[in-house]
Design a protein around this ligand. Sequence first.
Ligand code: AMP
Length: 332
Amino acid sequence: MLTPRGSLGAVELQEGPSRYIVTAMQVARTIADMREARARMAGSVGFVPTMGYLHEGHLALARRARAENDSVVASIFVNPAQFGPDEDYDRYPRDEERDLRLLEDESVDVAFVPSTEEVYRRGYHTWVEVTGPLVNRLEAASRPGHFRGVTTVVAKLFNIVQPHRAYFGEKDAQQLRVIRKLVGDLSLPVEIVPVPTVREEDGLALSSRNVYLSPEDRQAALVLPRALDLARMMVEGWGLRDADLLRESLHDYFRQKPQVQVDYVSVAAPETLDELAVINDSALVMAAVRVGGTRLIDNVTLTPRGEPLEDVEGRVEEMWGRRRPGEAGAAE
Ligand code: AMP
């Protein structure tokens, strides 16, 4: 049964032709209910898939969907299939009541909140998997099976919700590209809309996992956005083109914080995610680090502009106390 959320504070009054119509967000907990709600939607449908514990990043997706579509569906589903056995599925933060209030405040029409048993019914045995270079590195290397879980649930959610547009955060840069590949390869009739990363005032990208961070770890985690700022300065400000030197500089920068372990630093072509040797047009700089027990990811797209500073490589190497082999003063 579809449940209207009746909390009066968020109920919206819309002026109809001859009377006021009261609309409130509906909560669909089964696939059948979601399909029923979808069948009643006219015009374009925007879809925002989430794992809940919503923050301003998720809400930016919902607002964009609201602005661009006649109806908006958001899903809340902590998808066990995309967590590895040693990952945080059991302790992943959840607060459904608060999430529903936030979605209602953004004038979302339907919240799809299925149980695990509803999505993966007894005897479930089907996977949807992107293969190839896009999914054999970066996040995939640290989280085997992760993208298979993501693409399986997203394909299933697309089938149920049948949106015209689906909204994904640029914060999960590789995921965004994997979803685009899924949609392109399977000719799914949905437009994937990327939404820029929403950050705290001090630069940390919003993430449901930030709640795991102790105050000290929260402070140490700032090294991630600051490393990306540094990358921006080196590439866009100084004109550094040497991608190896950029990667090494970022590793050196992270090394200054002993609480932070680097999973990867990548300087890649934005479309293919192939690692670059030289930054010509633009580069997607991605990093994943662990702070305390928490894994954080972030990225920035950089485009070199203008003429590089004179001997920019030399200056960058000097900054980190490096010398190229063979140069006077080079480390043995
Ligand atoms: P999640 O609930 O973590 O699975 O995220 C759901 C969606 O929100 C994904 O498309 C994420 O990329 C997006 N998202 C998460 N954090 C942010 C953020 N800080 N800014 C923008 N989008 C985000």
